[in-house]
Write a protein of this length. Structure first.
Length: 169
């Protein structure tokens, strides 16, 4: 190898070294995996911190609102009890009114039945008095009961019934 060759070889070596320095370096796959794991761990830690702070804020808000909620639930419970009492009172009043109406209806029905019975009784009495006025037993039938007396009674009764039905008596 001559001098020129050596010179050329050195220049070539320097050029290759410069080219190697100017090329981007490649990372090993393990380094990339480690960086990704570190980034994921950092992201997980940040998300856990956010969730934790929000949970603390929600718990604090809930603790602050518990007395108000307790008062509110007590007021609502009292309101429900009052409404239930009002409904019971209204129902009781309605039941009393219905019972009073039922009793009035029963009393009216009993009165109507009594008036009907009284009218029937009066009608029967009137008819009996009219019969006593109308029918006179023949003198022959006072001492003996014969077939002629029975037939006369039956004929007189039929005539009486016809006249009574027409309103002549």
């Amino acid at each position: 190898m001559g001098f020129e060759d050596r010179e050329w070889y050195r220049k070539e070596q320097k050029r290759k070294a410069r080219a190697a320095d100017s090329r981007p370096r490649r990372f090993s796959p393990w380094a990339i995996v480690l960086v990704m794991l570190a980034a994921a761990a950092l992201l997980f830690a940040v998300l856990a911190w956010i969730v934790h702070t929000r949970a603390e804020a929600a718990a604090e808000l809930k603790i602050r609102s518990v007395p108000n909620a307790l008062q509110q639930s007590q007021l609502e419970g009292q309101k429900l009890l009052n409404e239930a009492g009002d409904r019971d009172a209204a129902r009781q009043t309605r039941l009393q009114q219905q019972e009073a109406q039922r009793q009035q209806a029963v009393a009216a029905q009993q009165q109507a039945e009594e008036e009907g019975l009284r009218a029937q009784t009066e009608e029967v009495d009137r008819k009996a008095k009219a019969w006593e006025k109308y029918y006179r037993k023949p003198a022959v039938c006072n001492d003996a009961t014969t077939m002629d007396c029975a037939n006369a009674y039956i004929r007189a009764k039929r005539v009486f019934e016809e006249k009574y039905a027409r309103g002549e008596l």
